[in-house]
Design a protein around this ligand. Structure first.
Ligand code: SF4
Ligand code: SF4
Length: 113
């Protein structure tokens, strides 16, 4: 299930920056959770981070969004794919160094008589 924030929220701002899915945002009066983005932290952490941090324990599960672990993990993968910017694949790094001519070792001049 996704989680939701009850009206006991005191707007302490603690949970919002800790959500790995950017599912928490300020609503009209209190913080809200976007159920389409909340995975209960599946894929990131073993426990819901917002629940761990909330000082007033106002983040229960949302009974309107019943999801299995498999569905939460699928949501996690969907969010990860959506987060990858187009053309972000990295090419091989070209090594343009090593232009300098090798420095000859200091030679000892032959002694001439
Ligand atoms: Fe975000 Fe995790 Fe809380 Fe869901 S349970 S709102 S993913 S911190
Ligand atoms: Fe509200 Fe709890 Fe989030 Fe603080 S941690 S903003 S009280 S839901």
């Amino acid at each position: 299930m996704a989680l939701w924030i009850t009206d006991e929220c005191i707007n302490c701002d603690v949970c919002e920056p800790e959500c790995p899915n950017q599912a928490i945002s300020m609503g009209e009066e209190i913080y809200e959770i976007d159920a389409q983005r909340c995975t209960e932290c599946v894929g990131h952490f073993s426990e819901p981070q917002c629940v761990q941090l909330c000082p007033v324990s106002c983040i229960p599960v949302n009974p309107a969004y019943v999801e299995t672990q498999e569905q939460l993990r699928a949501k996690y993968h969907r969010l990860q794919r959506a987060a990858v910017p187009l053309g972000a694949e990295a090419g091989p790094a070209s090594d343009a160094a090593a232009d300098a001519a090798p420095v000859p070792a200091a030679s000892s001049l032959p002694a001439s008589a």
